[in-house]
Design a protein around this ligand. Structure first.
Ligand code: LLP
Length: 429
């Protein structure tokens, strides 16, 4: 959960691979992902579930964090399921050979085509997010002669302390059905009357980049109360509860994430003890982290093109990427740690602003960040960029997207090619 960085002879290494050499071999900008970190995260997550919850549950990787075939293959190989939020993510998972019964299919506004595609793919569970979707899943499943398992997405009303744009558990949200307003109860009552869907439980997700344990326990408490209430009212038993993802990671020294074992222990024990006390079987518990699996595994490498000092104002360090490959600063003022890959041990006395090459003043990767000596031709490394960078990348200014290289134990392999100019016009008519 904390990355796998090392400095050898002044160079930054990730999982045994020299980032300076990687930049030489593949060019920049370049996304580098550590397979070892991804695998370690998957194992820690599953380990916590085994240790505190008798292995009665499933971890699904939220592929929105980084959805390419190799990433899907690695997490599936570790035994995780996959959360897909669009037809495109589902297609990627299918192409990667992910077992479809381990797919959770999300989306607050799945199109008719996406719903049919999910049914045809035989995804494990639809996470139903609207009344309209429920009706359509039931109708299309009926047409195909199948009964589709579903979970209903519920907003538990928990306020996670994170950026407003990535909070999702409160009532005022485009996602899910609120417990407080009665909407969650109403949709559950409707779902159990439908013939071609089978409601096996409930889902919630309170937000992202959360560092505290308490909101997860609080959420579990609310969700179990709700489930008990529904079981009483509907006279049936629900076997699944997904508590979402959202575990925070370390972007800079200010971030102090807890190991999975610590953040999961209280919520797992709470659910287990409560179920035992209530004389009920353990409910199958799910978590769907994305950032904490992909984020710490990634590093982005850029080449510095120019350094512009404006006396008394600031120093702009321009790199050969920017908001196109990492829009997170522009969107959330996200903070990162920057360093020069070939002098990773130099003192960071110089404060600079790292900007991209887009025709937009706001195209920044970090403002007033410590970096140290820097000049044209240096390789600039940005840590913890494995999540929500490649997946949110764009071709703004018709800049091709960088390739993705995975490394493991010092070995590197290209998993996504660099886009070419031909790729950029491929769909133009
Ligand atoms: N499950 C659901 C239903 C979600 O909406 C999300 C994230 C996750 C799981 C995974 O959450 P994670 O473990 O990655 O925190 N683009 C933003 C993050 C948006 C998160 C959206 N939903 C960013 O760059 O920070």
């Amino acid at each position: 959960m904390f990355g796998d960085y090392e400095v050898r002879n002044g160079h930054l290494y990730i999982s045994g691979a020299d980032t300076v050499e990687l930049a030489k071999k593949y060019g920049t900008p370049l996304y580098v992902m550590s397979e070892d970190v991804v695998r370690a995260s998957c194992r820690e997550l599953k380990g916590a579930l085994d240790k505190y919850y008798d292995s009665c549950g499933m971890i699904t990787y939220a592929s929105k964090a980084m959805c390419v075939k190799e990433m899907c293959r690695i997490v599936a190989c570790e035994g995780l399921g996959i959360d897909c939020v669009s037809g495109g993510e589902l297609y990627t998972a299918k192409e990667a050979g992910v077992p479809m019964e381990k797919v959770h299919y999300h989306g607050n506004n799945k199109t008719d085509d996406e719903i049919r595609f999910g049914l045809d793919m035989k995804v494990g569970k639809f996470i139903v997010d609207s009344y309209e979707e429920l009706i359509k899943v039931n109708k299309f499943a009926g047409e195909k002669g199948i009964v589709q398992k579903i979970l209903i997405r519920v907003t538990p009303g928990v306020d996670a302390h994170t950026h407003d744009f990535i909070k999702t558990g409160q009532i005022d949200s485009k996602f899910g059905f609120a417990i407080e307003t009665g909407a969650a109860e109403e949709i559950s009552k409707k779902a159990v009357t439908l013939e071609n869907v089978f409601l096996s439980g409930f889902h919630c997700h309170i937000g992202s980049q959360i560092f505290e344990k308490e909101p997860f326990v609080e959420t579990a408490e609310i969700m179990l109360d709700f489930i008990n209430d529904m079981e009483n009212k509907l006279g049936m038993t629900f076997t699944n509860l997904v508590l979402g993802g959202g575990f925070g990671i370390k972007y800079t020294e200010d971030d102090k994430p807890l190991p999975y074992d610590e953040i999961l222990k209280p919520v797992l024990l709470y659910v287990k003890e409560r179920r035992i006390k209530e004389g009920k079987d353990l409910i199958r518990l799910g978590f769907e982290p994305g950032r904490s699996i992909a984020g710490p595994a990634g590093v982005t490498l850029y080449t510095v093109g120019s350094v512009k000092e404006i006396p008394g104002i600031r120093t702009y360090v321009s790199v050969d990427g920017g908001m196109g490959d990492n829009p997170r600063y522009i969107l959330y003022q996200a903070k990162y740690e920057f360093l020069i890959a070939g002098r990773a041990d130099q003192p960071k006395e110089k404060i600079v602003s790292v900007c991209g090459k887009c025709c937009e003043s706001g195209d920044m990767l970090g403002e007033n960040v410590p970096l140290g000596e820097v000049s044209e031709g240096d390789i600039l490394a940005v840590k913890a960029t494995g999540a929500y960078n490649y997946s949110m990348a764009s071709n703004y200014n018709r800049i091709p997207r960088p390739p993705v290289v995975f490394v493991s134990k010092g070995e590197d392999r290209l998993c996504v090619k660099r886009e070419s100019y031909e790729d950029l016009v491929k769909l133009d008519i």
